[in-house]
Write a protein that binds this ligand. Structure first.
Ligand code: CO8
Length: 258
């Protein structure tokens, strides 16, 4: 029996780890991988025991992009019928924080997948890029838009128009990577950070993700109103009462997501 192309693990309390597992294809994202990623993230969104998610690959590759062999002969109607765009949306719609833990290649759809995550932790030897232009297409998983929002027009244009790969250090310097760590530490650091987030108030954590993402594409005034409503609503939560009481009583809070 062949191993599943996506594995689900539980490395710590409150933390789920999704591992892309196609080492022979540098973790290229075929339809099966994408469907499983969408399925796991949708299920984890409804799983009360999961408060933070880590998405990772292996030591050689996070993901080397969409599976070129699977799409080389496809026509436009088949590309529509495959519904890849819907799967991307399902992956990006996860309301819980997702941390990308990246070793090796994060190219094309792999870089785009990382950019649907909320925090990116990369090993020092990781390589990023949007090389689609070199095979006659363009980034199609959100790369032209998310990359521009992350690093600005002039860096995004250079990356997408030349297709050149760039280092984890460069990615960190331009704001695409949240934290740069030694290669061997990537997964441990990502799980540690996920544990830290998992111990915090889940409703507040999810509101931060929602407001931050929705606010990016709204006017400052509308975005600030969203933020105001979100903080006001959180005053209805038990976790707000618990968090503030614990501070005043000088003890550790116990958050329940209520
Ligand atoms: N697709 C399919 N197979 C791949 C891919 C890929 N993206 N990447 C690597 N592989 C396979 C290779 O074909 C090879 O298979 P085999 O052993 O059968 O020959 C195996 O993985 C190992 O690859 P290499 O021998 O090339 O390994 P190297 O370590 O020398 O190089 C690289 C690794 C640099 C990652 C190299 O393989 C490479 O350049 N890969 C392609 C990268 C790329 O162009 N990615 C962009 C793809 S397009 C895309 O992502 C568009 C996304 C949007 C889709 C939205 C649709 C609507």
């Amino acid at each position: 029996m062949t191993a599943p192309v996506v594995l689900l693990e539980r490395p710590a309390e409150g933390v789920a780890l999704i591992r892309i597992n196609r080492p022979d294809a540098r973790n290229a994202l075929n339809m099966e991988v994408r469907k499983l990623l969408a399925q796991h993230l949708t299920e984890l969104a409804d799983d009360a025991a999961t408060r933070c998610i880590v998405l990772t690959g292996n030591d050689k590759s996070f993901a080397a992009g969409a599976d070129i062999k699977e799409m080389a002969g496809a026509g436009p109607i088949e590309m529509i019928q495959r519904g890849t765009h819907k799967l991307w949306r399902m992956i990006a719609a996860c309301p819980k924080p997702v941390i990308a833990a990246i070793n090796g290649f994060a190219l094309g759809g792999g870089c785009e997948l990382a950019m649907t995550c909320d925090i990116i932790i990369a090993g020092e030897s990781a390589r990023f890029g949007q090389p689609e232009v070199k095979i006659g297409i363009i980034p199609g998983g959100g790369g032209t838009q998310r990359l521009t929002r992350a690093v600005g027009k002039y860096k995004a244009m250079k990356i997408c128009l030349t297709g050149e790969l760039f280092s984890a250090r460069e990615a960190f310097d331009m704001g695409l990577v949240s934290e740069l760590v030694p290669d061997a530490e990537v997964e441990k650091r990502a799980v540690g950070m996920a544990q830290q987030i998992a111990a915090l108030a889940p409703l507040a954590v999810q509101q931060i993700k929602e407001v931050l993402l929705a606010g990016q594409d709204a006017s400052l005034d509308a975005a600030l109103r969203l933020e105001t409503k979100a903080i006001q609503v959180l005053f209805a939560s038990q976790d707000q009462k618990e968090g503030m009481a614990a501070f005043i009583e000088k003890r550790k809070p116990k958050f329940q997501g209520k």
